[in-house]
Design a protein around this ligand. Structure first.
Ligand code: PLP
Length: 377
């Protein structure tokens, strides 16, 4: 068996190589490297896919979050609530803008922001909530939006891991992840579900005024007129070559998501035989696009399991090993360990297995047998 990595970008590329190569060469030949027609076309195609009024492409998913918060006019000292169990980008940009991050615990079964913890964290200074749709399924947006409405808060959805996921509200209306709050953000980092061949990101909104402001901020704060800088902005662009790649990949996104779901189902079936592996649970209101397939270990030595897999040339990863509230950069005496029991436990017990769009069944069989032979020994 050849080594199994967390993702198989090469296998995926081979299947679309001729289209991608042609599309990239076309940009080079036209030399429209910045803000070329590919960027505009991709923007329109993604707007249509997401059924959202405005997509604003930008340089990466971290910038997307920062720009979103800049557009909302938040002031230093304003509190922004987000989940303790996620990638650091979300809390990083809150801190960079001199806003006050308020980290809250997550749900045990979905790994997403805990609504009771969210409610408890609200103060008169709270201005925004950033739910992260972690590992590929949506947070409880109906509840998040309800809390936001009751307290007059902005909602920014971090959709870096869940592009393509669908959320169904109690009234039966279905929306795409990232299009439910005031602003949604995503990343096109190569290993994300819709990845380009370098860095890339985007911001989504249905609000015309916010879209206008967001477009100005990504372009040095030129809101209305070139070389007239109305507010402090940044330089954050999706480059044309990346847009050209994304235009080829977007039509495959739904197929990519179903391929991932099939892998997850294979794993779930294989691991149903043991109570030492707690398989991922999908909430009823969301689809799951399985950016990661994450197990919670029940009395299994994680380091030894990883070593066992690695000896068999199978990659595995820990997303995430340290709760954000315990990271050196974000630790704060405001936090109380008793408020983070779930995240603290998850950081010690989760392990993610390889998941991507190019698996053959014999590889999945090899992985599940390797995992089961360890936990059953
Ligand atoms: C990947 C990721 C980001 C950051 O995206 P970049 O494009 O790498 O800047 C932000 N939030 C989450 C949850 C992510 O997974």
């Amino acid at each position: 068996m050849k080594p199994i990595q967390m993702v198989d970008l090469k296998g995926q590329y081979q299947k679309i190589k001729s289209q991608v190569d042609k599309s990239i060469l076309n940009v080079i030949e036209n030399t429209a490297f910045i803000n070329g027609p590919e960027v505009k076309e991709f923007q329109k195609e993604l707007e249509k896919y997401l059924n959202v009024k405005h997509v604003i492409p930008c340089a990466n998913g971290t910038d997307a979050l920062q720009i979103a918060m800049m557009a909302l006019g938040l002031e230093p000292g304003d509190e922004v609530i987000t989940a303790d169990f996620t990638f650091a980008a979300t809390v990083e940009v809150i801190a960079l803008l001199k806003l006050t991050p308020v980290l809250v615990d997550v749900e045990q079964d979905t790994f997403n922001i805990d609504i009771e913890a969210l409610k408890k964290a609200i103060t008169p200074k709270t201005k925004a909530i950033i739910p992260v749709h972690l590992f590929g399924q949506c947070a409880n947006m109906e509840a998040v939006l309800e809390v936001a409405k009751a307290h007059n808060l902005f909602v920014i959805e971090d959709t870096a891991q869940a592009i393509g996921a669908d959320y169904t509200f109690a009234d039966g209306i279905t929306k795409k992840a990232g299009t439910m709050g005031d602003i949604g953000t995503t990343s096109f980092f190569p290993s994300k579900n819709l990845g380009c061949y370098g860095d890339g990101g985007a911001i989504f909104t249905n609000n015309d005024d916010l879209a206008h402001k967001l477009r100005g901020i990504i372009n040095h704060g030129m809101i209305n007129k070139r070389y007239y800088h109305d507010i402090v902005g940044v330089n954050s662009r999706l480059d044309s070559i990346q847009a050209a790649v994304l235009r080829i990949k977007l039509p495959h996104l739904d197929t990519y998501c179903s391929a991932r779901l099939k892998v997850a189902e294979y794993y779930n079936n294989a691991f149903a035989s043991t109570d030492k592996l707690i398989t991922p649970i999908t909430s009823s209101f969301t689809s799951h696009v399985f950016h990661q397939y994450t197990l919670v270990l029940n009395g299994v030595d994680r380091a030894a399991l990883q070593k066992h897999l690695s000896d068999k040339n199978i990659a595995s990863a820990i997303y995430y090993p340290v709760p954000l509230h315990n990271q050196k950069a974000y630790a704060d005496s405001r936090y109380n360990e008793a408020d983070f029991t779930i995240t603290n436990e998850l950081c010690k017990t989760v392990v993610s297995l390889p998941i991507h769009t190019e698996f053959e069944e014999d590889q999945l069989q090899y992985i599940t047998e390797a995992v089961l032979s360890f936990v059953n020994s």
